[in-house]
Structure formats: structure tokens, C-alpha cells
Design a protein around this ligand. Structure first.
Ligand code: HEM
Length: 400
């Protein structure tokens, strides 16, 4: 499943950057326009084809190259009007602006339209299909498999599974994630679904409120993420029992339960998904929260190019010269794509931690689980707990 997740992540990554990778069409003959763009260039763009723009982006004149301006018939520099506008268009002009900031001197950047179309099109629709598909699959699973019951006789004895601080960390993470998920979906899809329902004025308030809540609750999520990482990383290191657990499919469709320690392999996959995807969502979220301060994509693309990763993936060289706005556009897309994936994973987690399995919720509710549940799902952990309980405080031999 980990491999599948990796493949999924990679393919998502490819989709997000694919628009920059299309092979340019062969250059048309531009003799008739003296090298300027032709009707064919314009039509090709309208057909959605990638036009190699270097004939324009490179034709921005040469400030140094003009005839001596002080001499007879001297020019005003080596840059014509057309070349100056092309310089502005391709972010090469030497601009002085009255305001500061990395984006201030970028007057034209052309990633915006592609980003907008991707955000409103495939991102919104495939993201929604993923969430609705996951909910559908969980309902189907419930109808086929039913609730996973405690097989044996309940003992009435309870074992402490999670301490108060662990439950606090979990619910901080869970509560904030749910709020962030909902407010994030409002920001992405609200215009489409909420404006028709509530009208523009009400939506303006909902959208502004959502943004405020989303920006501020993100800190709780990051804190929760650090807490559960510190508290649970040790119990989530892979070991031999995981292979057996995975080979037996966690015993979901078979009789009997494969032995597991405190966390079984399925839970470890959830844990590492939360840490890695949650960490990536936090990083891209910080880039969005502090605009133009954390530019990660050009540097990542450069590394992928130099290690040959982009070639192995068949992407060709990835763009490494990104306008500050394009960095933000990539950050937004990555943030949303990874969030959709984690939301789908978490829907499955919520299902199994509540209605899907008898006795599971208590672990995060009261912190105390039925001993029979623990023996069935985490037999090796119960053995460890019993061994510890049996050993006297002075370190005497464990009870048999
Ligand atoms: C209403 C929502 C949720 C419920 C009912 C729920 C329930 C649970 C339960 C019962 C456990 C303990 C399982 C055990 O004893 O073995 C657990 C563990 C865990 N939860 Fe949640 N949870 C929820 C939301 C979330 C969210 C939103 C996240 C992360 C964004 C999350 C992350 C985790 C992690 C990493 C673990 C440890 C690994 C695991 O048991 O899968 N949970 N949760």
C-alpha cells in the first residue's frame, strides 16, 4: 500500500506540473512577419498547444548594443519599444517600483491563467470525486463486511491504551484537521456551490470567515502534528510483525487476527501518511501564509532535474526560473492536492475508528479499551503491558 501511495503521489505531482512539460510544436516560418509572431502562433495557442516562446522572450534587445547615444545619429539605447514590452512580458525588464517585495517588479506573468483553469477544473472536480468515491467505497465496505465485532467473550476488564496527553494531541490534530478540511473546501469550492445556495453577500462573509479560521487553526494542526510525532514515532517504526500483518490483510476478510504490537501495520501507514502528507501540507501552507517568503518549487525542480528524477519520470527538464507568483501557484496546487489525498485517507481512518470497528473508539474516548478487543487486535502489545504490570516496581521477575 505504501508503494501504491508513492505512485499516487508521484502521479499527482506529475499532473500538477504537467502543463509546463508539453513538448513545443515545431517553429513555423516567421519570415513574413520579420520574426514576430504569426497567425499560426496565435491559432496554435488557441488550440491549447504549447508554443515555444523563445523567439519572443529572447528578442528583448540589448541595452548595451545600441549605437553610441551621444554620437551622431545615436539611438536611445539598444532596445526598441516592442522589445521593451517583450521584456516586461517575460519578466526580463529592468524595473524600478515604488513599493517593495519580491513580486513588485513582476508586471506580467503568464502562469495565472493556467493555474486558475487547473484550480477550477481538474483540481476541484477530481478532488471532489476522490472524496465522494472514498465515502462511497466506505459505505460499500460497511454493507459487505459490516461492523468488525469483538469475536471472543468480553472480559469486562479494561486496559489503558492512551494517556490523557496522547488523547489531547490526537483530538487537537483531528479537530483542527476537520476544521481545516471544511474551511479549505469552502475556499476552493464555495463559489460554485455556496453562492447559488446563499447568494453573494452571505458567501462573502462565509468565505472571509473561513479564510480567517483556516489561517489561524493551522497552528493547532501543526502543534498536534508535532505532538503525535514525538509521542508515537517509536511505536510506529516498521518491524517484522508488519509483514505478516500485511500478508494476512490485517485479518479484515479472514477469521482470526494477525498479531500486532501497539500499532499494527495499517495504523503505521496511517501514522506515516499523516506525518509526511501533513508535514508537506504544513510547509506549503506556510508558503501561502507568508506570500513570496518560502519559495520551494524552483529549488525542488532544480534538484529533480540535476538528480535526473524528472527524466526518469519522463517529464523532461522542469522549469527552474519561476516568477514569485508561479511559486505561489504551485504551492496552492500542491497544498490542495496533498490535502485531498490526506482527507481521503482520514475518512477511512475515521470510519474504522468509529462505526467500522466495535471497541475501537474507546481508545481515543476514555483511553481504556476492553481487554478482549486489545487481545484480538494488539496481542503482542497486551503481552507487553501484562509483563510490565506483572513486574514489581523493584524490577522483580515478571509474573508468568
Ligand atoms: C472523528 C474523527 C476521528 C476519530 C473518531 C478517530 C479515532 C481514532 C482512534 C479510535 C484511534 C486509536 C486506534 C487504536 O486504538 O488503535 C486513532 C488513532 C490515530 N488517529 Fe484518529 N480519529 C479521528 C480523526 C483523526 C484525524 C483527523 C487524524 C489526523 C489528521 C487522526 C490521526 C490519527 C493517528 C495518526 C492515529 C494513530 C494511528 C492509528 O491508530 O491509525 N485521527 N484515531
Amino acid at each position: 500500500m505504501f508503494r501504491q501511495l508513492l505512485v499516487l503521489l508521484l502521479s499527482v505531482f506529475l499532473v500538477s506540473s504537467a502543463f509546463a512539460q508539453e513538448q513545443p510544436a515545431p517553429a513555423p516560418d516567421r519570415a513574413a512577419t520579420g520574426g514576430a509572431q504569426t497567425l499560426e502562433d496565435i491559432l496554435a495557442r488557441q488550440r491549447g498547444e504549447e508554443v515555444d516562446n523563445s523567439f519572443r522572450s529572447d528578442a528583448i534587445g540589448n541595452l548595451e548594443g545600441g549605437a553610441d547615444p551621444t554620437g551622431q545619429l545615436g539611438t536611445l539605447g539598444g532596445v526598441s519599444d516592442a522589445e521593451m514590452w517583450r521584456g516586461l512580458r517575460f519578466n526580463e525588464a529592468d524595473i524600478t517600483a515604488s513599493n517593495n517585495g519580491p513580486a513588485a517588479t513582476v508586471l506580467v506573468q503568464d502562469g495565472g491563467m493556467r493555474w486558475l483553469l487547473f484550480r477550477e477544473g481538474p483540481l476541484s472536480s477530481y478532488g471532489s470525486y476522490l472524496l465522494l468515491g472514498t465515502i462511497g467505497a466506505l459505505i460499500l465496505f460497511f454493507l459487505v463486511r459490516g461492523r468488525i465485532r469483538i469475536d471472543g467473550e468480553k472480559t469486562g476488564q479494561r486496559i489503558e491504551r492512551f494517556k490523557a496527553v496522547e488523547r489531547f494531541g490526537h483530538w487537537l490534530l483531528a479537530g483542527s484537521f476537520i476544521v481545516l478540511g471544511l474551511t479549505g473546501l469552502i475556499s476552493l469550492l464555495g463559489r460554485k456551490f455556496l453562492i447559488p445556495m446563499f447568494g453573494h453577500e452571505s458567501f462573502a462573509i462565509i468565505a472571509a470567515g473561513s479564510k480567517w479560521v483556516h489561517n489561524n487553526v493551522s497552528w493547532a494542526f501543526m502543534l498536534g502534528l508535532v505532538m503525535i510525532f514525538v509521542m508515537w514515532v517509536y511505536h510506529n517504526l516498521p518491524d517484522r510483525t508488519d509483514i505478516n500483518w500485511l500478508l494476512k490483510g490485517g485479518g479484515i476478510f479472514t477469521k482470526g487476527h494477525p498479531p500486532a504490537k501497539k500499532f499494527n501495520a495499517g495504523q503505521k501507514l496511517i501514522f506515516w501518511s499523516v506525518i509526511i502528507l501533513g508535514g508537506s501540507i504544513s510547509a506549503s501552507g506556510l508558503a501561502l501564509l507568508f506570500p513570496f517568503e518560502l519559495n520551494m518549487f524552483a529549488a525542488t525542480f532544480a534538484k529533480m532535474n540535476s538528480f535526473g528524477i524528472s527524466d526518469i519520470l519522463g517529464l523532461g527538464p522542469l522549469p527552474t526560473d519561476l516568477a514569485p507568483h508561479e511559486e505561489m501557484q504551485f504551492a496552492q496546487l500542491w497544498h490542495a492536492i496533498v490535502s485531498f489525498i490526506l482527507m481521503a485517507i482520514i475518512l477511512a481512518h475515521i470510519y474504522i475508528g468509529s462505526v467500522g470497528m466495535e471497541g475501537a473508539y474507546d481508545a481515543m474516548g476514555s483511553g481504556q479499551v476492553e481487554e478482549q478487543w486489545a487481545k484480538e487486535h494488539h496481542s503482542l502489545w497486551v503481552d507487553e503491558v501484562k509483563a510490565k504490570e506483572g513486574s514489581a516496581p523493584d524490577g522483580a521477575t515478571p509474573a508468568e
